[in-house]
Design a protein. Structure first.
Length: 223
């Protein structure tokens, strides 16, 4: 098999693994159905990854790299234009709903949280992933602190974070419900006027108003 063919086969297996593990988790997924999805064979899993455990670890890294790539532009903007960096982060979170691969990455991560106690019995603690997560949270806190300015404190940072993060997760789902069930009668149905860009604008402007309100609040009295 040519080198390019080997890389393509390996990538197909990783993409298939991401999809199936996201749907069924580590225990529920079988190597055979993953290979069927990839159009490959079980021997290929053994050849490239050793066994199912090694394959799952490779899919973990594949998912991490996919997410890190989408966040790179956000981090590049954070130091020079915090508001544009926030807009980029909102678009990235929405992409987890609209883009097939990023949606699978999101479900894969959620599945790991649900099955964390089971996975701990199979895999050693992932210190690298834990460090990456801490780094991610630190960057987000720094970004929101820059946006809030003098109004920044742990409470206001958490409020802004949860405001846009929850909207990014909820609105696309609600938009689909309104389109399919309410037949366009809802506020956020996806039409030419209510697409992903419209939702990004809505969430971004909601955060702007929230930050303005927090900045205009009088300082809290000390007890």
């Amino acid at each position: 098999m040519a080198k390019d063919d080997k890389i393509e086969n390996r990538d197909r297996l990783l993409a298939a693994g991401l999809k199936i593990f996201a749907e069924k988790g580590f225990s529920g997924a079988t190597v055979r159905e993953i290979c069927d999805e990839a159009g490959s064979n079980i021997a290929a899993i053994n050849y490239y990854f050793g066994d199912k455990v090694g394959f799952y670890q490779a899919v973990r890294e594949y998912a991490r790299q996919a997410y890190a790539k989408t966040m790179q532009r956000c981090w590049e903007l954070a130091e020079t234009d915090p508001w544009q960096a926030l807009r980029t982060h909102i678009e990235t979170l929405l992409e987890q709903t609209y883009d097939n691969t990023m949606s699978q990455v999101n479900w894969f991560r959620m599945r790991e949280l649900i099955e964390s106690s089971q996975l701990e019995n199979v895999f050693p603690p992932l210190k690298i992933q834990e460090e990456k997560l801490r780094q991610y949270e630190t960057r987000i806190m720094r970004l929101l602190s820059a946006i809030l300015g003098s109004a920044a404190n742990p409470t206001t940072i958490a409020l802004v974070h949860y405001t846009y993060y929850s909207l990014c997760l909820f609105l696309p789902i609600q938009a689909h419900v309104e389109k399919r069930i309410l037949k366009g009668l809802g506020q956020f149905n996806i039409t030419d006027a209510h697409d992903r860009s419209h939702l990004a604008d809505f969430i971004f402007n909601t955060v702007r108003r929230t930050v303005a309100d927090l900045q205009n609040q009088p300082p809290a009295e000390k007890p």
